[in-house]
Design a protein around this ligand. Sequence first.
Ligand code: FNR
Length: 194
Amino acid sequence: MSDLSVLAISGSLRDASFNTALIRAAQRLAPEGMTIQRYEHLAAIPPFSEDVEPEPPAPVVDLRERIAAADALLIATPEYNYGVPGVLKNALDWASRPSFPITSWVSPLAHKPVAIMGAAPTGMGTVRAQLQLRQLFLWTDSAVLSKPEIIVTNAHEKLALDGTVKDETTEALLRGLLDALVTRVRVTQLATAA
Ligand code: FNR
């Protein structure tokens, strides 16, 4: 397989985040040829405003460029009050603009292969947040994987902070998601080349 670059975004800012740990797990389990780079500047993205949009702040330009340069996105979302954490939604709102080609460029999220996953110490956590993300990526025309779904419940029992996976099913699902992402990237590349 030729090299494939993935930009991974954790929707949590906290040091001991299960979702950041889940990204570390993906980095450990990445198939040969896949590089997963973690985006670490979510806290630097300012609140979205259309007034600021004509001259986007440097962290936003950097985020857009990194998404555009990556072959695929891997997102690990926590669930806050049954939804996507504001910091993650805010970053994706910035990246979603413009939502159709009204200027010489279009959102870097358009047609981008995306894999979604989530971890929580609760019994049902991230199901609802992941659905919200899927809804967002409908509008951006992103190429989101439907399966396998990675819903790591009781994450404190299954994941160590260094990304060690302590649960066989979680590890198998994670490998399956990364393999599916490789396939999606290749299919997207073929479609673009045609
Ligand atoms: C939570 N948590 C939570 N869990 C859940 O399963 N469903 C929910 O709706 C919520 N809501 C919620 C709101 C807020 C403001 C906080 C801070 C937390 C708990 C959440 O799953 C837990 O804190 C995770 O550990 C957060 O993810 P990270 O930071 O570990 O990646």
